[in-house]
Design a protein around this ligand. Structure first.
Ligand SMILES: NC(=O)c1ccc[n+]([C@@H]2O[C@H](COP(=O)([O-])OP(=O)(O)OC[C@H]3O[C@@H](n4cnc5c(N)ncnc54)[C@H](O)[C@@H]3O)[C@@H](O)[C@H]2O)c1
Length: 362
């Protein structure tokens, strides 16, 4: 049987990948040790998603392995060996701000963990396709030096300037800028994945993502922008906005639309490809616009504070140019608009809050 190995399988993107690849006929092996609860607290645990996958996906196999554990990862690859046809690597310490708290943890999860997976792929299933979820933070704060203009609710690149129409493409330099330690550990992993493609001719792809979102996110203050914003909109908890007059712009892609890119790539894999991927011009918002949308959906005023100082190295404006991916995979298309996604997040959060709370560590 063809196996899809998904790391971070209980996370937003991992769980969406498990569902899509199972639906497409793969037997899915998931790896997730719920480290998200360690990073962001019990409320951000993804264990609920692991439980759901085990209940809902026939033949789903879950392994609570830490991707830093070389021996455990090696044992897993030896077990399934060349039956593994695709590796979708989404497990990560995903927060820009958290990384500075524990640089060793951040780097070993993001960089060493990725190396473990790449090397085991090379040794045990070198013909498999290896997909890595990288980030737009590999471009560091370079986008902040674009010629920006202030509009009523958002920053924009000055019309007519490079990147204004379609967003930022893969040619922007990733060098000599401020990345945050998270950005640096992801750069290390991103380059490793490229190198296993170029040097060993393995079928590797790097998706440098804008904001990823969807009803499956376990939103926390430090990670999961729209999910956490909507959570605050529903509960009335205070949301804190940092800097840029709350006009910073993010593009947002639904988890399904991203994993559908992965599926298209697997159908016709290439070597060492790098793609910027996000909501692009189709789905993006500023902080003020996102707040207004949440207020419209919940019918309640949001409780938010504003501090003038921005998060160090935070992007003022990011929109992904996804035309390179589209040109390689013209059959791929977005399924979800920003409003669809926010409505889904809203409904799922209301549903989860009604579900009976489970006793810890059951
Ligand atoms: N969410 C975003 O906005 C965003 C943006 C750009 C890039 N990305 C990248 O996309 C990927 C997926 O993001 P997400 O939002 O689904 O994250 P997520 O936190 O929802 O999922 C990641 C999962 O990996 C697991 N994990 C973490 N460390 C692990 C370890 N050492 N061993 C095993 N499992 C571990 C976590 O428990 C979690 O369930 C990450 O690599 C992230 O850096 C995310």
């Amino acid at each position: 049987m063809n196996i899809a190995l998904v790391t971070g399988s209980a996370g937003l993107i991992g769980a969406a990948a498990v569902r899509l690849f199972a639906e497409k006929g793969y037997r899915v092996v998931g790896v997730d040790n719920d480290m998200r609860a360690y990073f962001f607290g019990a409320e951000a645990s993804t264990d609920w998603a692991r439980e759901k996958l085990e209940q809902e996906i026939p033949n789903y196999i879950h392994r609570k392995i830490d991707i830093r554990d070389q021996l455990a990862v090696e044992k897993l690859f030896k077990e399934f060996s060349s039956d593994i046809k695709v590796i979708i690597h989404t497990a990560a310490q995903p927060s820009h701000d958290w990384a500075a708290k524990e640089p060793f943890t951040d780097f070993t999860v993001n960089a060493n963990g990725t190396l473990n997976l790449l090397e085991m792929t090379r040794l045990h299933c070198p013909a498999a396709t290896f997909i890595f979820t990288s980030t737009n933070k590999v471009y560091g704060d370079t986008p902040n030096y674009l010629p920006l203009v202030e509009l009523e609710t958002r920053w924009e690149v000055k019309p007519g300037e490079r990147y204004a129409e379609h967003g930022i493409d893969e040619t922007m330099s990733i060098d000599q800028c401020k990345h945050s330690l998270f950005g640096a550990s992801k750069v290390a992993a991103d380059i490793l994945v490229q190198e296993y493609g170029r040097y060993f001719e393995m079928k590797t792809a790097i998706f440098r993502c804008g904001c990823l979102t969807g009803p499956g996110h376990s939103g926390a203050m430090l990670h999961g922008f729209l999910a956490y914003l909507m959570k605050c909109a529903i509960t009335g908890d205070q949301y804190n906005v940092f800097g840029y007059k709350a006009k910073q712009v993010r593009d947002n892609i639904h988890s399904y639309d991203l994993v559908n890119c992965f599926y298209h790539f697997c159908q016709a894999p290439r070597i060492a490809e790098v793609y910027n991927m996000g909501g692009s011009r189709s789905s993006n918002c500023s902080m003020l616009e996102a707040i207004a949308l949440c207020e419209k959906i919940t019918g309640k005023k949001m409780n938010y504070s504003y501090a003038d100082s921005n998060r160090s190295g935070d992007h003022i404006w990011w929109i992904s140019d996804v035309r390179k991916f589209r040109s390689h995979y013209p059959d791929w298309e977005y399924q979800y608009s920003l409003t669809d996604t926010l409505n889904q997040i809203h409904d799922e959060l209301c549903e989860r809050s009604r579900a009976p709370k489970k006793v810890a560590n059951q």
